[in-house]
Design a protein around this ligand. Structure first.
Ligand code: GTP
Ligand code: IMP
Ligand code: MG
Length: 339
């Protein structure tokens, strides 16, 4: 039995989508449960030559033997969820999905408050998905819950009960975090953060799992860093520099151009410490070094290995997953050797 939580190491968009898809396709957990803030997230999943941009559905949906769940701490926008049911029809996502009755529901008013607030839209650079105002209403105890939303009636189930029962039965459970460590309301670059804590402990609470039940925390970093929205970014490079290195990126939810920077070891150390990371997954290594599609650690150059080993030494956490391309096959999986 393994209960794993996957978290973002920096400002989101670390390539969690690819890592989750790889891990769920390989390990085939019984339950894949989404934690994190809500539909402000955008995860890219490439599978069998097709590309999906997901905001609420767990990225592990490609493993069709798993039940898919959305934990009580996650904000749900039913329109976003139903669109993803359509987009992912051939994976039977709708038939496998459970939403906790205690999830709070995002409505039009939350979205318009998010978009029309100068503070959120301009100063913070929010995604406009309504998450900030919805979490604010949750704190004020005025927001509506999934149990009272008739359109969600067919999907309501006690996610915490199901997840704990599965763990007690010795089955594997995979908990997907969203956003990233540096966007945490508590530990991130406040006020330029999201509307909730985004570390592993909160992700466990989001799906109703106690800390004694968690076995692995996988902290995902990109070989460089990207950030959308405003706020400090100590290792940021100029747009020209990012372009010359081929590191230009645009957001999945908002289409905004991402700011790009160098790997930040101090941030990585703090992220591993506060998340209690037991493993690191490092993505887009091929964008920084010449190693596209490499599947064997021994084939990496000495420079690439030194980069990876430095991260391992500085954080004290083994780099178990190395991603060298968008395809699931483009992965070096060192878990057997290192754990
Ligand atoms: P999360 O929000 O953390 O899930 O990341 P993201 O999915 O938002 O990241 P993004 O939208 O930037 O998508 C990353 C893109 O790069 C997707 O098309 C992925 O399939 C792809 N990708 C993921 N890992 C790698 C990798 O190791 N190398 C390369 N070249 N591409 C990757
Ligand atoms: P909000 O979560 O929409 O309120 O946005 C607050 C800040 O978090 C903004 O800088 C957003 O760009 C950022 N943010 C929220 N979710 C994500 C994500 O999934 N990836 C990257 N940035 C995010
Ligand atoms: Mg993303």
């Amino acid at each position: 039995m393994t209960c794993s939580i996957l978290v973002g190491g920096a400002w989101g968009d670390e390539g969690k989508g690819k890592c989750i898809t790889y891990l769920c396709d390989t390990d085939k957990p019984k339950i894949i449960a989404r934690a994190g803030v809500g539909p402000n997230a955008g995860h890219s999943v490439e599978f069998n030559g097709e590309k999906y941009g997901l905001r609420l559905t767990p990225s592990g949906f490609v493993h069709t033997g798993a039940k898919l769940m959305i934990g009580a701490g996650v904000l749900v926008n039913p329109d976003v969820l139903f669109k993803e049911f359509e987009d992912l029809k051939k994976y039977n996502v709708k038939e496998r999905m459970c939403v906790d009755p205690r999830c709070a529901i995002i409505n039009e008013d939350h979205m318009s408050r998010d978009k029309s607030s100068k503070h959120l839209a301009e100063k913070i650079g929010s995604t406009g998905s309504g998450c900030g105002p919805a979490n604010s209403d949750r704190v004020m105890r005025t927001i509506g819950l999934a149990k009272d939303a008739p359109e969600l009636e067919d999907y309501i189930a006690d996610v915490s009960f199901e997840v704990n029962e599965s763990i007690d039965n010795g089955e594997d459970v995979f908990i997907e975090g969203s956003q990233g460590f540096a966007l945490s309301l508590y530990y991130g670059s406040y006020p330029f953060v999201t509307s909730k804590d985004t570390t592993a402990s909160t992700f466990a609470a989001d799906v109703g799992v106690g800390p004694t039940k968690v076995d692995e925390v996988i902290d995902v970093f990109k070989a460089y860093i990207s950030r959308v929205g405003e706020g400090p970014f100590p290792t940021e490079m100029t747009q020209e520099e990012a372009e010359s290195k081929g590191l230009e990126e645009y957001g999945v939810v908002t289409g905004r151009r991402r700011r790009i920077g160098y790997f930040d070891m101090e941030l990585a150390k703090e992220s591993c410490r506060i998340n209690g990371a037991t493993q690191i997954a490092l993505t887009c290594v091929d964008k920084l070094f010449d190693c596209a599609r490499v599947q064997n650690y021994d084939e990496l150059s000495a420079e690439t290995k030194a980069f990876i080993e430095d991260i391992q030494t500085e954080t004290g956490v083994p780099v178990t997953i190395i991603s060298t391309g968008p395809d699931l096959k483009d992965t070096i999986d060192l878990r057997k050797e290192l754990l």
